[in-house]
Design a protein. Structure first.
Length: 458
């Protein structure tokens, strides 16, 4: 191929104006598609001109050096012809050689190449794990229908709040979640999982179970079995199930805290189920002693067990005392005696608590029981939007009353300046606040140093 027209030693020289078409075009008059003078390309070459080739000719010329020789193609001049005796062998060897993979510039001296196609074999297909198309039968159609019902129920459950509870609870039942025993068990399992994750909505999920119990026979048994399965699950096994190879202590600590949180949520949910009469007193008097039973190799229950006991007893304590009192009045003192034994065990645990936090939790629980199950601090619960707006309005009203009360008493305190302290600002630098007829006080700014000096001079 020829270089650019502005290169070469003979550019613009006399005698270099001969062209193939006989027009006598000079170097400055050379145009696209015409023959250029010899002096512009290769001074001393044979002939009076150099032939210009099209793009197709140049492509054929390029292929001639990377593929087998083409027929009926004779490039001009010896300087563009590859006439080596081993030319065909080199081209054949280059064309059939394997391609070098990766960045060859950074792999000098490394001869790792991709394997030849003849050395490759098809991928092995695992018949057990590969996707297999199938024709839906009667059983498959039934499974797909149950999966669709469970999916719809889960969508409704994710939207459930206290504000729209009545509406979405009806939608939950209309999805067909109570159609079969398998769907009932799956629905209860989903509700229990949500109650563990969202402990502040445990009362709402207990009410949802109460709605299901009205249309499902033996629903209490399903709820108790599901909660018992979660209650008996080993926390360490749950943590290990989430751990992967290579996870560190920080990941283990995260899952341990999350499992403990879910366990506390389960205790609160069990308490709320007792309040809506889905769990009996008989079940409660079996759960409470287990929470205070030390683990093997320990002399006292750990902090997590104490926390679960306090949370559950704070939820059901008042109702449990009333129920035991009613049974005792009817001549059935069994439950009352077992609850009394639980409280005696709790006193021993408080005395031998492993940590100060566990001891303080037990003390707060006993104090709460002595005060008629009234908590020392107000426990925040889930509220509807209407309740939130009502509480906000009440807080604003209280804040306004406090401001008016504080403003009316301001003039009385300002009329009694402190004397003998050597501070001019406290000896008349601030005047009495003006109070309007509504009781609002206008606080005056303290007088500056210049105003104080003027007042002293007067």
């Amino acid at each position: 191929p020829a270089p650019a027209p502005n290169s070469g030693a003979g550019a613009g020289q006399p005698g270099a104006s001969n062209s193939r078409d006989g027009t006598g075009a000079s170097a400055t008059q050379w145009a696209r598609g015409k023959a250029a003078p010899v002096g512009l390309y290769a001074p001393g070459a044979e002939g009076d001109s150099v032939i210009r080739y099209t793009a197709g000719d140049l492509l054929e010329l390029r292929l001639k050096f990377t593929a087998r020789p083409l027929s009926n193609f004779n490039p001009p001049g010896d300087h563009v012809e590859w006439k080596a005796e081993d030319r065909l062998a080199v081209i054949e060897r280059t064309a059939t050689a394997g391609r070098i993979g990766g960045d060859v510039t950074s792999r000098r001296g490394h001869h790792d190449t991709a394997p030849l196609l003849k050395d490759c074999k098809p991928l092995e297909v695992n018949e057990e794990t590969r996707w297999k198309g199938k024709v839906l039968g009667a059983d498959d159609a039934e499974e797909d229908e149950q999966a669709a019902i469970l999916k719809k129920a889960l969508v409704v459950l994710n939207k459930l709040t206290l504000t729209n509870f009545d509406k979405l609870a009806a939608q939950w039942l209309n999805t067909g979640i109570c159609g079969t025993d398998e769907l009932v068990k799956a629905g209860v399992s989903v509700v229990v999982t949500k109650a563990q994750q969202e402990a502040h909505f445990s009362a709402m999920y207990a009410r949802l179970c109460q709605r299901m119990a009205a249309s499902v026979p033996n629903f209490k048994r399903v709820v108790v079995e599901t909660c018992q399965r979660e209650f008996d699950a080993d926390a360490k096994e749950k943590v290990e199930a989430h751990m992967k190879e290579g996870d560190g202590d920080d990941v283990r600590e995260y899952w341990t805290g999350l499992v403990q949180k879910y366990y506390l949520g389960l205790m609160k949910f069990i308490g709320e189920l007792y309040l809506v009469d889905l769990i009996s007193v008989k079940v409660m008097v079996k759960i409470l002693p287990r929470l205070l039973t030390p683990s093997p190799g320990s002399s006292s229950p750990d902090e997590e067990q104490v926390s679960c006991f306090c949370g559950l007893m704070a939820t059901v304590g008042a109702a449990l005392d009333r129920a035991c009192g009613g049974y005792e009045a009817n001549g059935k003192a069994e439950y009352a005696n077992r609850v009394a034994e639980v409280w005696a065990t709790a006193e021993d645990v408080m005395a031998t608590a492993p940590t100060s936090r566990a001891r303080f939790m037990m003390q707060d629980l006993f104090e709460m029981r002595q005060k008629g199950w009234k908590a020392r601090r107000k426990v925040e619960k889930a509220k509807t939007i209407k309740e939130i707006h009502r509480d906000a309005a009440r807080d604003e009203q209280r804040a306004g009353g406090a401001m008016r009360t504080g403003g009316s008493s301001a003039p009385q305190s300002s009329q009694r300046p402190r004397q003998g302290m050597g501070d001019v600002r406290k000896q008349g630098g601030r005047s009495a606040n003006a109070v309007d007829e509504d009781g609002w006080a206008t606080v005056n700014k303290p007088a500056g140093r210049r105003q104080q000096q003027q007042q002293q001079q007067q």
